[in-house]
Design a protein around this ligand. Structure first.
Ligand code: ADP
Length: 279
């Protein structure tokens, strides 16, 4: 607690009392600590690709390497990958900041869930083909009042991750269904801690993205939704991710009044779920 003391004086300037006002600054400190931590993580994340761009340019300008040789082209590729990564990082950081500070407002309109799934799978089909992963879709004819582009963004993000962490020849399933809260035992088994929360809502629309990939360790299943949290330190390098995708998804879903969570069995696959309130 920070104390602010003020001496009360009478008209002659004689001190008559001391007024002490205490302010609980624990929360303010916590927020400042979080900001400091965020800035230091962001600086670290930005520094890595910047260092490789810087190093590559120095090498080329030193004249020690011919830019047109094989080695020169490899060095240029390194710089160009670093620049791509910087652009992705900066875009994701700005997007998350805008979402979390409420600077982006949702454009909620009536949308058909099956259309959203179809658009999201169309966008990810090329990536799936390249990774030799089959996309399969089960949808119901459900109307939603949502920002369609934002929900497609969440779906493509989840599909992208599912494809990224899946072996060749496997299948990624995407589905949407209406769930009667309190009556649907499957939903409660899947997500027992949500029972009380979901009981107050009459119907939820449940989206599922299921993969047969490497899975997620139990102790990481919640932290992956935090910014820059990745299961493996090499995930960003090897898989090109920023570690911000799921934080962006969570922010979008929460703004819609929904919830997002994951379940997984290591080595067998993962399931990502999110709910949206029905119309
Ligand atoms: P990234 O840009 O790294 O994909 P995300 O926030 O989307 O960032 O995901 C965070 C981390 O969660 C990933 O780096 C990965 O370690 C883990 N992860 C996400 N989706 C899956 C999945 N379907 N299977 C296995 N691991 C996953």
């Amino acid at each position: 607690i920070a104390w602010n003391n003020t001496i009360l004086r009478d008209l002659q300037g004689e001190a008559i009392a001391t007024l002490s006002i205490g302010e609980d600054i624990t929360e303010r400190y916590a927020i400042e600590r979080m900001k400091d931590e965020f800035v230091s993580v962001v600086s670290h994340e930005l520094r890595t690709p910047l260092t490789s761009i810087h190093g590559a340019l120095n090498l080329l300008s030193s004249g020690l390497i011919d830019a047109h040789s094989d080695r020169g082209r490899r060095v240029i590729d390194i710089a160009s990958e670093g620049a791509d990564r910087l652009v992705r990082l900066v875009n994701d950081i700005l997007e998350l900041e805008r979402l979390e500070s409420g600077k982006i407002s949702l454009l909620q309109r009536s949308c058909n869930a099956a259309d959203l799934l179809e658009k999201a799978t169309d966008l990810m089909q090329v990536m799936a083909n390249r990774a030799k992963v089959t996309l399969s879709v089960y949808s119901q004819d459900i109307q939603l009042n949502v920002d369609g582009d934002r929900i497609i963004q969440v779906l493509t993000n989840l599909l992208g991750n599912a494809i990224k962490f899946s072996p060749e020849g496997s299948t990624v399933e995407l589905s949407v269904e209406a769930i009667e809260a309190g009556e649907n035992s499957e939903f409660e088994i899947l997500n027992p801690e949500l029972n009380s929360a979901s009981a107050s809502l009459s119907t939820n629309i449940l989206f599922t993205v299921k993969d047969q990939g490497r899975g997620i360790p139990e102790d990481k299943i919640e932290s992956i939704f935090e910014r820059f949290h990745q299961v493996d330190a090499s995930d960003s390098r090897k898989k090109g991710g920023t570690g911000l995708g799921l934080a962006i998804c969570r922010s979008i879903i929460q703004q819609h009044g929904g919830r997002i969570w994951a379940e997984s069995v290591l080595g067998e696959g993962s399931r990502f779920y999110f709910t949206l309130p029905s119309m």
